[in-house]
Write a protein that binds this ligand. Structure first.
Ligand code: ATP
Ligand code: MG
Length: 457
């Protein structure tokens, strides 16, 4: 499966990109506003300055007189240390100030106009106003112009812009962090569903019942439908196996009985040998059919596990009693020692697991030996160990022996299908237990030990 880019990372990157765009926009906005605000401040002071000067204009002895008020320039010095220039003209004749200060269109009388120009190669902001002064018989148009360089206000605007850049960066960093949190939070339901499904055992095909967000509901429905189909399909094949095993076992029993009768009546060694081979093949098939039936039952019951509170030592004693006739045919003694061991589980499945291990112990041990069942129980775990005095598991690993239809190299002529330990492993897994195959330390010849560990009830 190719691993495509993670949704979480993609979401974080997308949100971070949006945050970056917003940060740049807010920085640009603050910069423009700062420039505009400082410009207006300077304009207002320039306007106040020209108006103050214009108000001092008067006529005296047929001449225009003015006093340059100190306050008119002091207020300009208050906003920045920029250079200030001024000029007062009467009918285009300079009365006082900088004669070479650029002129520009002035408005109606009393109205203040603004202009930006270069003066002595430095950008300046200018404000001008006109006033009509009655001088003698006529009227003189007096224009008052005040200008100021723009370094100071530019610096204030640049400072504000820098501050805005810092805040935008901080905003961006916080937004990226929050984006990661948002992405993780939005994906949590999806991860929770994935975790719930992956925590399950391999045969747990129950529907996933969770409160999923609306967006995930179709996915969950599809998943549950798939599980449903899978469960039905497994159920059908298990049913088929059960049915097939039943159908095979009955005619096999007839064939075996007939072969036994024939074996007693025929004379020739070759014929007897052939009949023995037939009987063995029938035994193998019959064993396989029986184990398949057992396996199908286990598969079905693990899916709908019964959770009874039961005593494992009682169950072991019952199973032991049922196996007693088989064991006594080979002069094998079955011994049980153990205390009461309450566990929660399915009695039929646990019985099947114990029976399969006991069957192996009896089958693979030499005659006139002992098979011991030992049960110990603690608060958290219950151990059931079944040890025999046979050849042991040899070098075969647990994983290999629990594979379906896998038999060890030590089986010789012993009939078997290779499903016994598969059944045992599945039963243990369904009960949340585990199984260990070891070599017995109780006798010098070794022997196989199978240990079940189940959670105590
Ligand atoms: N007590 C034992 N002593 C020695 N070998 C064992 C013992 N139990 C199991 N084995 C080995 O593990 C293999 C797998 O055991 P399993 O019970 O799964 O299959 P089986 O006994 O061969 O067939 P069946 O399905 O009929 O039980 C056996 O073939 C055998 O080689
Ligand atoms: Mg077996």
């Amino acid at each position: 499966m190719t691993k495509s880019q993670s949704i979480g990372r993609r979401l974080t990157l997308l949100l971070a990109a949006v945050a970056a765009v917003l940060s740049v926009l807010s920085w640009a906005m603050v910069t423009v506003l700062a420039r505009e605000a400082t410009q207006r401040t300077q304009d207002n002071v320039l306007a106040a300055s020209v108006t103050t000067i214009a108000e001092t204009l008067r006529s005296e002895q047929a001449e225009v007189r003015l006093e340059l008020p100190y306050a008119a320039f002091a207020m300009l010095g208050a906003i920045s240390q920029d250079l200030v220039f001024y000029r007062v003209t009467a009918n285009d004749r300079t009365l006082t100030g900088y004669d070479d200060l650029p002129s520009f269109e002035t408005g109606r009388q009393g109205q203040v106009m603004f202009h930006t120009a270069n003066y002595r190669s430095v950008p300046i902001r200018m404000a001008a106003t006109t006033r009509l002064i009655s001088v003698g018989d006529g009227q003189t148009q007096v224009t008052v112009t005040v200008a100021q360089t723009r370094d100071g206000v530019g610096a204030i605007a640049a400072d504000l812009s820098q501050l805005a850049a810092f805040f935008s960066l901080a905003f961006f960093a916080v937004a990226v962090g929050l984006s990661a949190v948002v992405a993780a939070t939005s994906l949590r339901p999806l991860n929770e569903i994935a975790a719930a499904v992956s925590r399950r055992g391999p045969s747990d095909l129950r529907p996933v019942q969770r409160n999923a967000p609306a967006e995930l509901a179709p996915l969950l429905t599809a998943l549950n439908r798939l599980m449903d189909r899978l469960r039905n399909s497994i159920r059908r094949s298990e049913d088929f196996i059960t049915e097939a095993a039943h159908r095979i076992r009955t005619p096999l029993a007839t064939v075996r009985a007939q072969a036994e009768i024939a074996l007693r009546t025929v004379q020739g060694d070759t014929e007897k040998d052939r009949l023995r081979q037939i009987i063995r093949a029938v035994d193998e098939s019959s064993r396989s059919a029986g184990q398949l039936l057992d396996h199908a039952t286990v598969a079905y019951r693990t899916e709908n596990l019964t959770q009874d509170r039961l005593d494992l030592s009682e169950l072991a004693a019952d199973t032991l009693a049922a196996m007693e006739p088989t064991a006594s045919m080979r002069d094998i003694r079955l011994r049980l020692d153990g205390e009461q061991a309450p566990v929660i589980g399915d009695p039929i499945l646990l019985e099947s697991a114990i029976r399969n291990v006991l069957d192996n112990a009896i089958k693979y041990s030499a005659e006139d030996t002992t098979v011991t069942l030992h049960i110990t129980c603690s608060d958290s775990e219950t151990h059931l160990t079944i040890c025999d005095e046979g050849p042991g598991f040899g070098d075969e690993s647990f994983d290999t022996l629990t594979e379906r239809f896998r038999r060890g190299p030590n089986t010789g002529g012993i009939v078997g299908s290779g499903l016994g330990l598969t059944i045992v492993a599945e039963v243990m897994a369904a009960h949340g237990g585990r199984i260990e195959l070891t070599t017995s330390t109780h006798n010098e010849r070794g022997g196989a030990c199978v240990c079940f560990t189940l959670p105590s009830a």
